[in-house]
Design a protein around this ligand. Structure first.
Ligand code: PLP
Length: 408
């Protein structure tokens, strides 16, 4: 007997009992993914067509227009990268930076640290501006760094820091970047559709987002947008972009070549149906109404959290409505609470990350998850679980406090 066949037969086959996967039905109130509207999952179940089919090309044009609406921009180079938010991040950095460049990176949570990593992998130097976790980026520190480092190519910062729930002033920081001749590169993965964002009005040069936060789509795509100045920088590069897949010059030929789209990679066709539907839903609601809805349900949640006796990590004036970091009461094992919420209520909330691990929970009110049903479920469940565990909380007050906001 052939020895390779012999060895193959000795491999244990444990696949015979595997059946179709049926996920549990959860309520998603963590840092993403958020609850997905059934219209989006239904759209994704439509028949797959070719990624160069004229009907698909029409869909791509509509997605571009709808993303321009969501970002508030006329940037022609506004497309979804065929990969999750982290790829959008990498796409912005690898296209704009070349070896030897300098970039200022603001860090006030997990994602600023990833930006630094990206800058360094481009062969560029990251000049860090640090702020405490839970605080927004301090514009004074940013201005001092810009002053001290002439010739910086770009200023990168996170608009909506999902690891803490802090919202930074993207308009002001972008204006500072421009004052010192730098581009602004903005992470609004969690910001888009959940909180005010005006790419053209604020002059943002490059921005990336994700589908699974306030757009309420399944994960896997990353909308990005590049303004004229960023496009000029990309066109005038001296070196090739280190990533073939994320090279915008190549991707542009597929997305921007009206009437002459050429194959670059096979777009995730059914995921694009889903993104399209989620953007149609956003357009129906209205962008400003979506921001207002997030703020409204945040107010109800915050009233409940405070009535329960728990605190917020972020000061009220810098809080993201869609990401609420709340403090774990003294003596409570935070993981046990999340476990009970999941097993007894099918409710997912997030754990703390990095410096905040074990100390906070992150309650997401993103997209479809920003609704009264979710807020009341979460408060009622948290109250019941914490009370049962003997935590020092004001039992029985949270839901009523939220209801009072809804009735007002
Ligand atoms: C979620 C998130 C990302 C990464 O997105 P993935 O889709 O998980 O790759 C980047 N930045 C911020 C601020 C995020 O919240």
């Amino acid at each position: 007997m052939n020895s390779s066949i012999q060895s193959a037969t000795t491999v244990v086959d444990n696949t015979a009992s595997i059946r179709s996967f049926h996920p549990p039905v959860r309520t998603l109130m963590g840092p993403g993914p958020s609850d997905v509207n059934p219209r989006v999952t239904a759209a994704m179940g439509a028949p797959t067509i070719g990624h160069l089919d004229p009907a698909f090309v029409g869909l791509m044009d509509e997605i571009k227009s709808l993303l321009q609406y969501a970002f508030k921009t006329r940037n022609r180079l506004t497309i979804p990268v065929s990969a999750p938010g982290s790829a959008g991040m990498e796409c912005c950095f690898v296209n704009l930076l070349e070896p030897g460049d300098k970039a200022i990176v603001c860090q006030n949570g997990v994602f600023g640290g990833r930006m630094k990593e990206n800058v360094e992998r481009c062969g560029a130097t990251a000049i860090m501006v640090q702020d405490d976790w839970g605080k927004p980026v301090d514009p004074q520190k940013v201005e001092a760094a810009l002053k001290e480092n002439p010739g910086v190519k770009l200023l990168a910062f996170v608009h909506a820091e999902t690891s803490t729930g802090a919202c930074s002033d993207a308009k002001l920081l972008t204006a500072l970047a421009h004052k010192y001749g730098a581009l602004s590169l903005v992470d609004s993965v969690t910001g888009l559709a959940g909180v005010e964002l005006d790419v053209d009005g604020w002059g943002i040069d490059a921005i990336y987002s994700g589908t699974q936060k306030c757009l309420s789509c399944p994960p896997g795509l990353s909308p990005v947008s590049f303004g004229e100045r960023a496009v000029e920088v990309i066109k005038n590069r001296k070196t090739k972009v280190q990533s073939w897949f994320l090279d915008m010059q190549l991707v542009m030929a597929y997305w921007a070549g009206e009437g002459a789209r050429t194959y670059h990679h096979t777009a995730p066709v059914n995921s694009m149906y889903g993104l399209h539907e989620s953007l149609v839903i956003l357009r129906e609601e209205g962008l400003e109404n979506s921001w207002a809805r997030h703020a409204f349900h945040h107010r109800a949640l915050a009233a409940g959290v405070e009535a329960l006796g728990l605190g917020f990590v972020v000061a009220a004036d810098a809080r993201l409505p869609q990401l609420n970091s709340i403090t774990v009461p003294e003596g409570i094992q935070e993981a046990e609470v999340r476990k009970r919420l999941l097993s007894d209520y099918n409710l997912e909330i997030g754990a703390g990350l990095g410096a905040l691990a074990g100390k906070v929970w992150r309650i997401g009110l993103m997209g479809e998850s920003a609704c009264k049903t979710n807020v009341l479920l979460c408060l009622g469940a948290l109250d019941a679980v914490l009370t049962d565990m003997g935590a020092p909380v004001n039992s029985g007050k949270a839901v009523a406090a939220a209801q009072a906001v809804y009735r007002a």
